[in-house]
Design a protein around this ligand. Structure first.
Ligand code: BGC
Length: 338
């Protein structure tokens, strides 16, 4: 992997270019954002696969989590509250009555340290006891590795007391290189069950079979053919904004295809779920790298993680990280041409 560090107007924030023969990525230590993730198309030209911004200031001010790592806990925590070891913890409520994506200033707004080695870059950050209301001090790392056709993300965390941890990456994929929205992309998610949400986007804890619903992506389907179906859950989410429980031992677990650009993305993860979010709340006010307004459905997030609000529901044990135990997870994004 070749790399190059580019400075910005902020001393401690950098853009870092990572490169293999097939992949050209740009990342930053602000929120570990994936700024750009280009791969060679069938004509051998590097074209974009994610939404991103050219300048750090937009990363500082954006609230759509474009490209960033979110934590300590991705998605919503009901009423910003949970109990752990008999103690009640209160988190910042930044999404109506709920806590979202780590709070007011989650991992997405933190400046990480970084080290570059032969095949990867490792970002590290220490989240102090009580940060955003979360208990215990947490040492957290994110590794991005670039190999021939894969971009691999590894998260690791260890804390000095019991806490909760559920990080993810919040990249908005768009295999058209930002030319069109993602409604013509085809999506496959190997999952028989998904989690229902309420009118605030919070999971209700109810798990539903995808069979005979607009949520059955076991065979690849064009998003436009599914997202407008009459479905109470799609109405509540303003599109897809739901966790799917992934099947294990299938490869790939998730696949995105775009006939227009001739590209595919395949995802495998050690995490049990993926949050499918079809950029329902992008409204054109943010401009992307080529000054394109980022409108509704201009990207698709495939956030591999534990089940949302796990600390308050039946998936509680998944997210509890005990003192001195190491959390680790890996998600691999494989790119290619159809
Ligand atoms: C959530 C959405 C939220 C979005 C913020 C997604 O992960 O599921 O409900 O609006 O992040 O950008």
């Amino acid at each position: 992997m070749q790399y190059k560090i580019l400075s910005t107007k902020y001393n401690d924030i950098k853009f870092i270019k990572l490169k293999s023969n097939f992949i050209e990525a740009v990342v930053t230590n602000l929120g570990c954002a994936i700024v750009s993730l280009k791969t060679k198309n069938k004509n051998g030209i590097f074209t974009e696969n994610v939404l991103g911004f050219n300048d750090i200031d937009t990363y500082i001010k954006q609230d759509k989590y474009i490209g960033v790592v979110v934590g300590r806990c991705a998605n919503r925590i009901a009423k910003g509250e949970f109990e752990l070891n008999g103690e009640k913890y209160k988190l910042y409520k930044n999404n109506g009555s709920n806590h979202l994506h780590g709070g007011k200033e989650g991992f997405d707004k933190k400046i990480f340290d970084f080290n570059i080695n032969e095949n990867s870059i490792i970002f590290s950050y220490t989240s102090e006891n009580g940060e955003e209301g979360y208990p215990s001090r947490l040492d957290f790392t994110v590794e991005y590795a670039v190999s021939q056709n894969a971009f691999t993300v590894k998260y690791s965390g260890i804390s000095d007391g019991t806490t909760v941890l559920n990080p993810t990456n919040h990249s908005y994929f768009n295999l058209s290189g930002g030319k069109t929205n993602i409604l013509n992309h085809k999506l496959m998610i190997s999952a028989d069950k998904f989690g229902k949400i309420d009118n605030e986007g919070l999971v209700t804890g109810e798990i539903q079979d995808v069979k005979n619903t607009a949520f059955d992506f076991n065979s690849s389907k064009k998003i436009a053919d599914c997202i407008y179906k009459s479905d109470e859950q799609l109405k509540l989410g303003n599109g897809y904004d739901h966790p799917f429980i992934l099947k294990k031992n299938v490869n790939p677990q998730i696949e995105l295809n775009d006939e227009g650009s001739g590209k595919f993305l395949r995802i495998n993860t050690t995490m049990p779920c993926v949050q499918l979010y079809t950029a329902n709340y992008l409204d054109g006010t943010l401009l992307g790298a080529h000054k394109t307004p980022l409108n509704k459905h201009f990207g698709i997030c495939l956030e591999t993680s534990f089940f949302p609000n796990a600390i308050n529901n039946q998936f509680r044990n998944d997210v509890v990280l005990k003192c001195g135990e190491r959390f680790s997870s890996t998600t691999q994004y494989i790119f290619g041409n159809i």
